[in-house]
Design a protein around this ligand. Structure first.
Ligand SMILES: [Zn+2]
Ligand SMILES: [Zn+2]
Length: 244
């Protein structure tokens, strides 16, 4: 299965390289060696996926990135509702800059780079391929205001990487919530409680829920519960970046 993904990933990158003219997708330097696509060696170093020193359940990053991967105390006491999690790295440095530029700078070309990083991070965790990929939804009014939902875009790109059609309306936001970043841990959970509903399209399927940035995981946990309540057989979650 891993070999198949390598071939699929290679084809995916070739297609992107043709579109992008073999330039570094972060700093725009011309790539001396096209095998480096999509990032020059310098940017690839700054955007290397996290390989150690984190909790595999919730993705919280420990101070030492070379430490082993082991569950944090909170997850040992109360594991999250999803079966497995993958993420690219902490929401910091070059990754934070990239997510921010894509989300608020309307540099939609960066979506392809984010998709590459997402695919790479997901493949690195060695998780089974899901049946469908479902983005964390935004309220329609917010999508209209911003012009796009970054998580939906990630789900689309990750879907083409995995040869899986995204299920863009697998989850709906059924009521408004306050911005999670302004709230403490307990308040975040009650803020999103019951805020999402899953469609019957997830029934009996292995679902991968995709978000751009995961903070405490309260939103992803609530989306996971909604999919399980609607009959999903397994739910994994993917976040591009894990807030520190
Ligand atoms: Zn670069
Ligand atoms: Zn944890």
């Amino acid at each position: 299965m891993v070999g198949g993904f390598r071939v699929a990933a290679g084809r995916f990158l070739d297609a992107l390289a043709c579109l992008a003219g073999r330039r570094c997708q972060l700093c725009d330097a011309v790539l001396a060696d096209s095998r480096h696509f999509p990032l020059c060696p310098d940017c690839a170093g700054r955007l290397a996926p996290r390989r150690g020193g984190y909790c595999p359940e919730c993705g919280i990053c420990y101070a030492d990135p070379t430490a082993p991967v082991y569950p944090c105390l909170a997850c040992r006491m109360s594991p999250p509702p999803w079966s497995a999690l993958a993420f690219q790295g902490p929401y910091d440095g070059a990754l934070k800059e990239l997510v921010h530029r894509h989300k608020f700078g309307h540099e939609h070309g960066l979506g392809r780079l984010l998709a590459f990083l997402a695919g790479q991070a997901w493949a690195l965790r060695g998780l089974p391929r899901p049946d469908r990929i479902v983005p964390v939804p935004m309220l329609p009014a917010l999508v209209l205001r911003r012009g796009f939902n970054q998580s939906a875009e990630l789900a689309r790109m990750l879907g083409s990487f995995m040869s899986r059609a995204p299920l863009l309306d697998g989850l709906r936001k059924v009521r408004d919530t306050r911005t999670q970043s302004s709230l403490g841990r307990a308040a975040r959970r009650s803020n999103v409680s019951g805020a999402f509903a899953a469609s019957s399209g997830v029934q009996g399927l292995h679902i991968l829920i995709v978000d751009d940035v995961m903070t405490t995981g309260a939103t992803l946990a609530e989306c996971t519960r909604a999919c399980l309540a609607a009959g999903a057989s397994r739910v994994d979650v993917f976040a591009l970046a894990r807030a520190l």
